[in-house]
Design a protein around this ligand. Structure first.
Ligand SMILES: N[C@@H](CCC(=O)N[C@@H](CS)C(=O)NCC(=O)O)C(=O)O
Length: 333
């Protein structure tokens, strides 16, 4: 008995030591936005993109690079929703101690924050003003909408009113819940040990344990999704007004700009989450805008060509729940 207890004690102590050592090697922290010229990482091509097929911000930078025809080395990084916490691996934390994608490298120097990446790429390659209007006034409009489509802060779910980008994660919960249903619990558990934002890791574990239909009936989830939907409606009202005043077809009028790149991926997420019927259907101006966005080659290259099978499956599942009338009545459809 004493030997058994001693063995258990030694086992637990060893596990704790290993875990603490691993944690010390996986330190995460908030990183400053923009180009980090003091950091040099291994690179082969002028541009390297660390990205995830499903991530909103990754789509945005892929679309931007496609618009400019910039060729880049592509390094796919898994997030828990697409299979594993590769973003908190030792290797990736050397690239971004903030543990998020996308990270764009220019000649080995990382640029953090996707809205900064958009501006950096434009400042570096856009000599003719392809995606950046000439007039100061129009540039201000563009900048305001690049901000409005950005995902800002550590906990965007708490501030969906701040930007259309921040209204996205709340509306993505049903997709997340569907995606994580197929992920091994142990993979999700890793986040509780090493992810910087424990609340996020816990939320994913909860969704995995209760499954999609039950997740959608939980009061806090209903509140988050409805709040995000109301906030997105207000952002889309603003967009509609802007498109009317610019006379379209784009946010800055005749010129497709970085602002439309940001908006394209927000609309694409609404498509993936089957929110277009609720939020866009009866709005001709927004419908015309979304149709025009889908015509662009960059939409195919940056979004459609990277579609993750688990997301395609999630969209089908959400549509199915609504058709079978298994969608909770507390959440509008
Ligand atoms: N503000 C950042 C947000 C980056 C971000 O949150 N990326 C998400 C995917 S869209 C991510 O990497 N999440 C992984 C995680 O938090 O575990 C940006 O615009 O680049």
């Amino acid at each position: 008995m004493t030997i058994l207890l001693s063995l258990i004690f030694v086992g637990i102590t060893l596990a704790m030591v290993v875990m603490l050592r691993e944690r010390s090697m996986r330190q995460t922290r908030v990183v400053p936005p923009g180009l980090q010229s003091d950091i040099s990482l291994p690179f082969e091509a002028e541009w390297t993109l660390y990205h995830n097929p499903f991530s909103l911000c990754s789509k945005k930078i892929r679309v931007c690079l496609a618009e400019y025809g910039v060729v880049f080395d592509s390094i796919a990084i898994d997030l828990i929703e697409t299979g594993s916490y590769q973003n908190i691996s030792r290797e990736f934390l050397k690239v971004n101690p903030g543990a998020t994608v996308p990270v764009l490298l220019h000649n080995g120097h990382p640029i953090y924050e996707s809205h900064e990446q958009l501006k950096y790429v434009a400042a570096t390659v856009d000599v003719t003003g392809l995606l950046v209007p000439d007039s100061t006034e129009q540039r201000q409009v563009m900048d305001a909408w690049v901000h409005k489509t950005s995902l800002i802060g550590d906990d965007p779910i708490e501030s969906p009113e701040a930007t259309a980008g921040n209204a996205v994660p709340g509306l993505t919960i049903p997709i997340f819940a569907s995606m994580v249903a197929k992920i091994p619990v142990l993979n999700i558990f890793e986040g509780l040990l090493f992810h910087r934002i424990k609340q996020r890791a816990f939320f994913f574990l909860m969704m995995r344990l209760v499954g999609l239909p039950k997740t959608l009936t939980l009061k806090p989830v209903i509140h988050i999704v409805n709040r995000a939907s109301e906030a997105m409606t207000a952002h889309l009202d603003d967009l509609e007004q802007q498109l009317v005043s610019s006379q379209g077809p784009w946010i800055c009028g005749q010129q497709f700009s970085l602002a439309d790149v940001g908006m394209m991926v927000v609309f694409d997420r609404l498509r993936e989450g089957d929110w277009l019927t609720l939020l866009v259907k009866d709005r001709p101006v927004l419908n015309a805008y979304w149709s025009a966005l889908q015509q662009r080659q960059s939409y195919r290259e940056g979004c459609l060509e990277h579609e993750h099978p688990a997301v395609v499956q999630a969209t089908k599942e959400l549509v199915g729940l609504k058709q079978l009338q298994r969608w909770p009545s507390e959440i509008p459809q």
